[in-house]
Design a protein around this ligand. Structure first.
Ligand code: MN
Length: 227
């Protein structure tokens, strides 16, 4: 054991659907990757998407309950396709990008929308709006070797059985390959990185007691209950 002052935290991890754990290094997120969602938030759909991050230990796995977070009264759901990176790379060409993907999962980019609105107005960072504890519920990861690379298919979010969000992966402004290529121009990607690829239209608030279920055709589901 190295001379650590205290025992280091175990790495954040996500179950792999067919067994084993995917150790997580970083979580990158794409903002404004579906035109309908850009419009519902009052933004300009001609502007390109962009990146922000969440801490790796913001993940919430196994369908666990999510405690309603502090400092908000407007907690929003955003269902997203999550890409799990399995091979390192930087300045990755679009044509090579999918070879860096280990697999895919359904995830939720939970957002303190009221704090985000304040941050936007003040030109401040989004960290406290996006990167809080348990802000990233995620389902199990399906290896691309089993399911392929989904480029189309429904992405939906139900709250208490009622549909709130619906889109199609084919509507992404940056598809998975383009997202990996673009992100790898800014940072070196490494095995263990996750990329949340943005949410379709229909985002909205949830309250304690609500059960959220996100589903991506051909990929899987993510489920949590707000308590
Ligand atoms: Mn999002």
């Amino acid at each position: 054991m190295a001379d650590f002052l205290f025992e280091p935290q175990a790495p954040a991890s996500v179950p792999i659907a067919r067994g084993g754990l995917f150790a997580v290094r970083r979580i990158y997120c794409v903002g404004r990757n579906y035109a309908e969602h850009i419009r519902e938030m009052g933004n300009d759909a001609r502007e390109p998407p962009f990146f922000f991050t969440k801490p790796a230990d913001a993940l919430l796995i196994g369908g666990a309950d999510m405690a309603y977070p502090s400092q908000t009264s407007d907690l929003h759901h955003e269902v997203e396709l999550v890409v799990a990176i399995g091979a390192d790379g930087r300045d990755i060409a679009g044509a090579d990008a999918l070879s860096h993907v280990y697999g895919y999962a359904a995830g939720l980019d939970m957002t303190r929308r009221d704090l985000q609105a304040v941050a936007k107005k003040a030109g401040r960072p989004w960290d406290m709006a996006k990167g809080f504890d348990h802000s990233a519920p995620i389902g199990s990861i399906e290896p691309a070797s089993a399911i392929g690379h989904p480029v189309q298919g429904a992405i939906t979010l139900h709250v208490n059985g009622q549909e709130r969000q619906r889109g199609d992966l084919a509507e992404q402004i940056w598809d998975v390959a383009a997202t990996i290529a673009e992100l790898s121009r800014f940072v070196a990607l490494k095995a263990g990185d996750l990329i949340m690829t943005g949410t379709p239209a229909g985002v909205g608030a949830v309250v304690r007691g609500d059960v959220l279920e996100g589903t991506i055709a051909g990929v899987g589901t993510v489920r949590t209950r707000i308590v």
